[in-house]
Design a protein around this ligand. Structure first.
Ligand code: FAD
Length: 317
């Protein structure tokens, strides 16, 4: 079922959902199941599965280093299929511009259609680790909006090289990313919102936001989006702080601000066990306020760990 249908069916009740990351290749999928199992009691209507960019690895060949491009966490669509089957829950693969040609994207979307996957999240992807800025892949898309167009075209039978007249078109519900604190590369919030609106005009059906720790930033973002005519559901993304290093890491990687009260509370912690508790309590307070404000879904970034998300969900749902 489509995310928009789940939201409509909930009739104003806030839903619970979460995002998982495929395991590093070679590791068992059981680890993933072990993290999903405890979250199923909160009835998530859908689970997102991220896609990671490819990266360079260096293989020692008799003293000479051979540089190879590889994806360390492959398997997004396979994981979507296995979770959908095992838990009877909708799964949402993240589809990236970076690292994929348009043809590869078409094949991936065809796989998703055959697997009965009804939703996809269309994203540009970040720059590769070795790059300072995002470089479009040769033969791939530059912006998420281009990807939205490709998915929308496929929904009407327009493949890359032919138009198929069929009564069996895909009908993907398309999610896109939004940034309550502005995307790091956007010159202003107004410009970023203009491009967000473009993604919606081209066919995106809902928005999931980057993590934020100050709800007022989310409320302001939603207000500004509504004012320029973005009328699709906006789903807040929540991440509980878990270790002290997050104080530096999260602003650096995601270009977000942390509220001073949260920083003070984390700095006073003696160890990461205490930090984890602060993170849980902060996320509970955030979630309760967002739920009170009537958000359609609370979407949690689990980063492969479910125990803190479970504690938060127990307090909120
Ligand atoms: P876009 O919408 O293409 O925007 C990128 C930048 O370009 C923005 O600054 C925007 O303002 C600007 N822009 C957009 N269109 C135009 C245009 N036509 N002309 C000029 N400028 C333009 N990354 C992963 O690698 N894997 C994941 O699974 C993943 N999941 C994510 C899930 C969520 C909910 C979010 C919020 C982010 C996720 N990301 C993921 C990170 C995301 O890929 C990065 O934030 C990336 O840098 C931008 O992606 P986007 O889809 O927002 O890009």
């Amino acid at each position: 079922m489509k995310v928009t249908e789940h939201i409509a069916q909930a009739k104003g009740e806030t839903l619970f959902s979460f995002e998982i990351i495929p395991p590093i290749k070679g590791r068992s999928i059981q680890e993933l199941y072990d993290n999903i199992d405890p979250l199923m009691e909160f009835n998530p209507p859908f689970v997102d599965v991220t896609t990671s960019r490819e990266e360079y690895v260096y293989i020692d060949r008799d003293g000479l280093l051979d540089k190879k491009l590889t994806r360390m966490r492959p398997g997004t669509v396979g994981i979507c299929a296995s979770i959908k089957h095992k838990y009877e829950v909708d799964t949402i693969p993240h589809v990236l511009c970076g690292g994929f040609t348009k043809e590869e994207t078409e094949y991936l979307l065809v796989d998703c259609h055959y697997l009965g996957i009804d939703n996809v999240m269309a994203l540009r992807g970040d720059a590769m680790k070795e790059e300072k800025y995002f470089e479009p892949t040769a033969g791939g898309h530059t912006y998420a909006s281009d990807l939205v167009t490709q998915i929308r075209n496929l929904n009407t039978g327009q493949y890359l090289h032919e138009v198929i007249e069929t009564d069996n078109c895909s009908d993907f519900c398309i999610g896109v990313a939004g940034y309550p604190e502005k995307h790091m590369e956007a010159p202003s919030m107004q410009t970023d919102l203009k491009w967000l609106k473009r993604k919606v005009e081209l066919g995106a059906h809902y928005i999931v936001t980057q993590m934020f720790f100050d709800n007022q930033k989310f409320f302001d973002f939603v207000k500004a989006a509504r004012e320029i005519g973005i009328d699709v559901p906006i789903i807040p993304g929540i991440k509980p702080i878990a270790v002290k290093r997050h104080l530096q890491l999260l602003p650096q990687v995601f270009r977000i601000d942390l509220p001073q009260d949260l920083i003070d509370a984390v700095e006073q912690c003696r160890d990461n066990k205490a930090v984890r508790q602060v993170g849980i309590e902060w996320a509970i307070a955030q979630s309760k306020e967002l739920k009170e404000a009537g958000v359609p879904v609370l979407h949690y970034y689990s980063m492969g760990k479910s125990d803190n998300i479970r504690e938060i969900a127990r307090a909120v749902f």
